[in-house]
Design a protein around this ligand. Sequence first.
Ligand code: HEC
Ligand code: HEC
Ligand code: HEC
Ligand code: HEC
Length: 424
Amino acid sequence: MSFLVVKNYRQLVLRVGLYLLAAAGLYFLGFHLPNQARAPAAPPPAPMTEADPRFWQERFPDQTASYLRTSEMEPTVAGGSVPYQKLTKYPFMRTMYHGFGFWFDFRESRGHMFSAEDTLISGRGKIGGVCWACKSADYPALVARYGQREFDTMFWSEAARKATHPVSCIDCHDPASPTFALRLTRPWLEEAIVAQGRQIGDFDMRSLTCAQCHSEYYFRGAGTENKVIFPWSKGFRADDALAQYDAIKFSDWVHPRTDAGVLKVQHPEFEFFQGSVHARQGLTCADCHMPRVTNAAGRQYTQHWLTSPLKHMEASCQRCHSDLAATRRQVETIQTDLRTQANQVGTELATAIDALRDVRRNPAADRTIVAEAQKLHREAQFLLDWFLVENSTGFHNAAEGRRVIEAAQQLTTRMMETTRRVVR
Ligand code: HEC
Ligand code: HEC
Ligand code: HEC
Ligand code: HEC
């Protein structure tokens, strides 16, 4: 260990400097992930139980083979399954998410077959076993075995040894049913619909199965209970969720630059889709993401390759849209326009956040006006984030996307104006 011996102060300073430089280099590398993420270490093979998609291969070959295709990685213009680092592509997000896990690591997600593995390699902190609630088909059985609260609050690493399979068949199908009927396995979905004064039967199972995971949520009793709740009591829009969070005074974290209590939205696909052009046509998630197709023997089955429908528009869109090339251009125009608008608002919001940081510590700052600006930060960020993390880049409901971004724009402008009044 002779390289550890330091003979004098000069060497000590050089040595420490060298280590710091090396640490900074590693840190920098971690932040500036190339658009293709680091190759993850292969996790140990998961045991073959009914939670494993391959378990059903013999009985349901077509459904299983198509489901296994969710491990393919192929990009589309706006979506796709290549896990690029969003923080590098959209630098304003680093300001928005400062102080929270997403500030550190926010990669585009991949397909269902990677859901367990991507949870293992994500650089974000984990609150407990509950993180497996939408990542692993083992979750319902583990809850049955250990108890809801016990498993949800179990150390994440401990729970990670038990939840080994990705999202799979039994998350949506009853393994004991002779017809492999659809079922719901996440109780908070029905709880949230009931809290809104509606019933599960008001919705279609071909969307509800997805809504179990593709919805915004928060944890009640973080650390002690970790109960998943969908904030739907006031409705499905971003504004409704925010109203519920305001009513219970909930924040995910305090933003270190503005000191505002802020929120992180997560994948509100189900909510955002409500009231859209296609929802009004009576379409469900499965209509576009799981079209009926024909196998080599001429038999129809439901394709289970859950991915961007732009990869199979003939099966998903053609029955209503005859000119597919034009329809694709229309999708991409919506996505590009909304993305451009959102990036602009995001950049303005980042500027407003830094402006508030700069004035709020001034001894002459008017506390009441600071509080007003902080509230506007919370609201603007929530509405913008709703668009940013909804995974269709606005396609699922273009009109709602436009509305939410414009509302975020107005709130950001008001935040900036209010910030200018903090110190007279
Ligand atoms: C995310 C939810 C989900 C997952 C996961 C899932 N399915 Fe399905 N499955 C559906 C939906 C939705 C339908 C269409 C049901 C309908 O239209 O009534 C379906 C239909 C089926 C059917 C009925 C026959 C058909 O083709 O329409 C079978 C069999 C089936 N799935 C097998 C599987 C198998 C095997 C797996 C795992 C490899 C699996 N499913 C994973 C949601 C899911
Ligand atoms: C048990 C939870 C769960 C259910 C149920 C579920 N999903 Fe997912 N879904 C996920 C997770 C987690 C990811 C991200 C995986 C990753 O990051 O590796 C994902 C990713 C996706 C993707 C993105 C794939 C890509 O290549 O980028 C699509 C599309 C998708 N899901 C559609 C659906 C649809 C449609 C349904 C209902 C039929 C559904 N999902 C049901 C958890 C779920
Ligand atoms: C009218 C067809 C349609 C319906 C209905 C629909 N989607 Fe989509 N979905 C799309 C299209 C198109 C995209 C954009 C794909 C892209 O950008 O490549 C998309 C994107 C997604 C993505 C991101 C995929 C990716 O490649 O990153 C997820 C996740 C998703 N949808 C889930 C859902 C859920 C959940 C529902 C039901 C609440 C739903 N979708 C309803 C057409 C549809
Ligand atoms: C059941 C029929 C049906 C299916 C299936 C369907 N659409 Fe549509 N779509 C419609 C109707 C109806 C409209 C509204 C037309 C109008 O108002 O001019 C529409 C509008 C659109 C628009 C205009 C955008 C908007 O939000 O106003 C786009 C883009 C689009 N569809 C893309 C798709 C894609 C991509 C798919 C397949 C993944 C698809 N549609 C599947 C019926 C359908």
